[in-house]
Design a protein around this ligand. Structure first.
Ligand code: DP6
Length: 328
């Protein structure tokens, strides 16, 4: 049995979204994307390769392990085994820091942590770029959780050139992400399914062209710590992604009445001079972005809104890293 290896990874929130793939098997995206790691939303994963096992054993603590999740983990371990030249089965134990059933996407932090822990357990030494490429094969957005802070995923020409790297370290900008939790049930349409429908939307091409232009706007605004330019483009991009989801065939509507209530509140507050913009992933929860100085006042306002069950605050988070606190 090998020694256990444990990695901790942050979830991330995309400002320019990954929504649509040009190669589903390799998870090559239609467009580049930009995100920030979320320091308060982490996955910790321990991997041990054990010759006594005849199949992989996957346990997701507190959440229950579905057969589908275990299968996706096993398929990812196969990629690591192929690179390391081993066939040994593994024990995998994983835990999320964010409350169970909050509807926060966990595949990014899950596959980033699994990639780093499994490579270490298999004695496979890969650089950050190779780890990002490998994580991408497990879940596209996971490639952006490998590097630290503010991150750009280059769409690339092929698998070797489609990876993520830091565009600014976590300490560069005190931007905060407040996740307003409105839904605790699992979303109906997973992002993997939603992504596969993109081509059926009549707005897909237009959104792609706008996202390409948005990449430069958001990248430059992050570098300049220009909150208004950053926020305007980020909010527009979220609406563009959802416009594509809404107009896919079949149509995908991720919002609930509470989602729209928060969107309207943010706009009303902004008209009063509050510095806040929203973005939304493939779910009903709303991510509210604000400068560090405004976080307490904004969190208070959000908590007072009807339908908001919890507010989770995040700063820019670190890279995926190995830690000593093993889960087994
Ligand atoms: C809306 O990375 O979950 O969060 O590659 O199928 O695992 P798969 O998709 P996933 O999609 C993330 C979609 C998004 C936008 C984003 O994070 O860029």
């Amino acid at each position: 049995m090998t020694a256990p290896s444990t990695a901790q990874s942050c979830a991330n929130i995309a400002f320019i979204k990954y929504w649509g793939r040009r190669d589903h098997a390799l998870r090559l995206p239609l467009n580049g994307s930009i995100s920030m790691n979320l320091d308060g939303a982490t996955t910790t994963t321990t991997v041990i390769f054990d010759p006594a096992l005849d199949e992989d054993r996957v346990t997701i603590l507190d959440a229950g392990t579905t057969a589908q999740a275990a299968h996706r983990v096993s398929a990812h371990l196969d990629r690591v085994r192929a690179l390391a030249g081993i066939t040994t089965r593994a024990r995998v134990v994983s835990r999320n820091s964010f409350p169970m059933g909050t509807g926060i996407a966990s595949s990014a932090s899950a596959f980033a942590a699994l990639t780093v822990a499994a490579c270490a357990a298999a004695n496979l030494t890969l650089d950050e770029r190779a780890l990002s490429i490998l994580a991408r094969l497990g879940s596209g957005s996971a490639c952006r959780s490998i590097p630290a802070g503010f991150v750009e995923w280059h769409a690339g020409e092929d698998s070797e050139t489609s990876y993520a790297e830091t565009i600014a370290p976590p300490e560069h900008w005190d931007l905060r992400d407040l996740i307003a939790i409105v839904q605790t049930a699992h979303k109906d349409v997973g992002s993997t399914t939603g992504q596969a429908l993109v081509d059926s939307s009549p707005f897909s091409e237009a959104r792609l062209a706008a996202a390409e232009r948005g990449l430069a706007v958001v990248r430059n605004a992050i570098r300049a710590c220009d909150f208004e330019t950053f926020g305007e483009e980020t909010e527009q991009e979220a609406l563009r992604m959802h416009a594509v989801a809404l107009t896919s065939q079949p149509s995908v509507l991720y919002w609930s009445p509470e989602t729209v209530r928060i969107m309207q509140a943010i706009r009303a507050w902004r008209a009063e001079g509050v510095r806040a913009y929203f973005t939304i992933d493939a779910g009903a929860n709303v991510h509210v972005l604000c400068p560090g100085a405004d976080v307490d006042a904004l969190a208070k306002r959000l908590r007072e809104l009807k339908g908001v069950r919890d507010v989770l605050a995040n700063r820019p988070g670190p890279a995926t890293r190995l830690i000593d606190a093993h889960l087994v």
